[in-house]
Design a protein around this ligand. Structure first.
Ligand SMILES: Cc1cc2nc3c(=O)[nH]c(=O)nc-3n(C[C@H](O)[C@H](O)[C@H](O)COP(=O)(O)OP(=O)(O)OC[C@H]3O[C@@H](n4cnc5c(N)ncnc54)[C@H](O)[C@@H]3O)c2cc1C
Ligand code: SF4
Length: 450
């Protein structure tokens, strides 16, 4: 008998073969020309447009929407790419409901914003099928090492290459893209878009990527500082926080980011094993993505458990609703106390949380959820690139401390941006903005040196 959603254990192929393509289809399908014109017509082209202020990359949104209205989507794309070279990815993955679309005056007036994200995708898609639109300035003879080929590193590398500098990117993984390639949910960026975008971006030339080169293991920061005129660090958050409770080392308990990376690297989701009863611990974007994708792979029950109240979740209302419409149950105000099972996970015991001074503690009221798979999504942290105190970079807590333009201390000519820094929200668009701004600062510094 064929396996179904009800079959116990962690198995592949719970769904009929054609269900997977439908489940992992584009979350926000592209607009056609007519739909784009209608959506663009809703914009008031506000003078002091609040949507621009809400965009971390400061894209001139009314301008690009007007360019779509006047039938010049290629110009609209250039307006976007001038500020955000990963505008294609951001059009797909930005939580617009908490950024530009939340600020849109039509959201305040009617509860229905201009569809800025989908219009951005319409514009950027028109140019990404064509040759790369930027050329390089005359070579400056300066070289910059970029650590990490995620959104921050790629945005920095592209801007530096445009300005005529030679760029070498050191990337620990076998592919570029960072979490665009290994983390973002499959249904937000289907059809290999992350790699297509990297190829398009690199076709500016002047950027060499050295994959499988982990700084701190294969090459030191000190060597990069010596061999290059400047260094940019965009290493993201490589470590996941531990679930420090009894039984958390049982087989079947794993990091949600590893689960998502496996899914993103798979050519066929039907081959991916998934539990019948999946429990996801956490309340952020990673938790929602892991929970929704577990359901889409055919898990019978998926329960997301978060320790505080729903309003304090990092996942936006849109994402929480996405989880719920996909059949994910969300339980708030509860903390895990024990994972149980004979040879692998069978259940998780939770306690309703009680406030104790400033901290949350497990209270006396308990409940147990059956689970054959448990996904931890309780936060990530940076893995420092050096253990050498002489080479260390000042931190704000667990993240890198940066000043204006992404300058780090105490070494000159070392800059940083993206998730590994203590500033800004951990979003693709913020990483792009910080990478771009650091590139401008590096350029000004190197050119000022004469
Ligand atoms: C599961 C998940 C889903 C997400 N979904 C969204 C979303 O829908 N929308 C959104 O806006 N944001 C989302 N985010 C956040 C977003 O992905 C990040 O904010 C963004 O990728 C940060 O970019 P970055 O370049 O700083 O870091 P990363 O994307 O993490 O890239 C860092 C790169 O550096 C490399 N690296 C690390 N250490 C070294 C080293 N020592 N040497 C060389 N290379 C190294 C890594 O391999 C990686 O390629 C999500 C995050 C996660 C975890
Ligand atoms: S706030 Fe809304 S209506 Fe005003 S310019 Fe921006 S997208 Fe257009």
């Amino acid at each position: 008998m064929a396996d179904t959603q009800m079959t116990p254990g962690v198995i592949a192929g719970r769904l009929p073969p054609d269900a997977y393509a439908e489940n992992f289809a584009d979350l926000h399908p592209p607009l056609d020309r007519h739909e784009a014109a209608v959506a663009a017509d809703r914009c008031y082209f506000c003078h002091d447009a609040p949507c621009i202020t809400a965009c971390p990359t400061d894209i001139d949104i009314p301008l690009f929407i007007r360019q779509i209205s006047t039938g010049t989507p290629e110009s609209a794309a250039m307006t976007i790419f001038d500020m955000n070279i990963l505008g294609g990815m951001c059009a797909r993955v930005c939580p617009t409901e908490t950024l530009c679309e939340e600020a849109c005056v039509r959201e305040a007036a009617e509860g229905k914003p201009v569809e800025i994200g989908r219009l951005q995708r319409y514009a950027t898609d028109t140019l990404m099928d064509r040759p790369h639109p930027y050329t390089r300035a005359k070579p400056t003879g300066r070289t910059v090492a970029v650590i990490g080929a995620g959104p921050a590193g790629l945005a920095c590398a592209h801007r530096l290459a445009m300005l005529g500098h030679g760029v070498t990117v050191f990337e620990a993984r076998p592919k570029s893209g960072g979490l665009n390639e290994y983390g973002i949910a499959s249904y937000k960026t289907p059809d290999g878009f992350a790699q297509k975008e990297v190829e398009w971006l690199l076709s500016i030339s002047g950027i060499t990527i050295r994959h499988n080169k982990q700084v701190g293991r294969d090459i030191s920061l000190a060597t990069l500082r010596k061999d290059h005129d400047a260094v940019f660090i965009g290493i993201g958050l490589g470590a996941t926080n531990a679930l420090d409770i009894e039984g958390s080392d049982l087989p079947g308990v794993e990091d949600a980011v590893d689960f998502i990376a496996r899914l993103r690297q798979s050519d066929d989701p039907a081959t991916l094993p998934i539990g019948r009863d999946v429990v996801v611990i956490g309340g952020g974007m990673t938790a929602v993505d892991a929970a929704v994708q577990s359901r889409l792979l055919g898990a019978q029950t998926v329960t997301m458990v978060y320790r505080r109240e729903a309003e304090r979740m990092n996942a936006s209302l849109f994402e929480r609703e996405l989880a719920q419409t996909n059949g994910v149950r969300i339980i708030t105000g509860a903390v895990p106390v024990r994972v149980t099972g004979q040879n692998r996970v069978e259940a998780v015991e939770f306690a309703y949380a009680v406030q104790d001074g400033g901290a949350l503690r497990p209270g006396p009221d308990r409940f147990t959820l059956p689970a054959d798979q448990v996904l931890r999504a309780i936060g990530q942290s940076m893995v420092p690139i050096t253990n050498d105190p002489a080479d260390a970079i000042e931190q704000d807590g667990a993240s890198l401390h940066t000043g204006p333009g992404g300058r780090t201390t105490p070494h000159g000519y070392v800059f940083a941006g993206g998730d590994c820094t203590a500033t800004g929200e951990n979003l693709t668009v913020t990483a792009v903005a910080q990478g771009r701004d650091a590139a401008m600062e590096i350029h000004a510094t190197l050119m000022g040196d004469g």
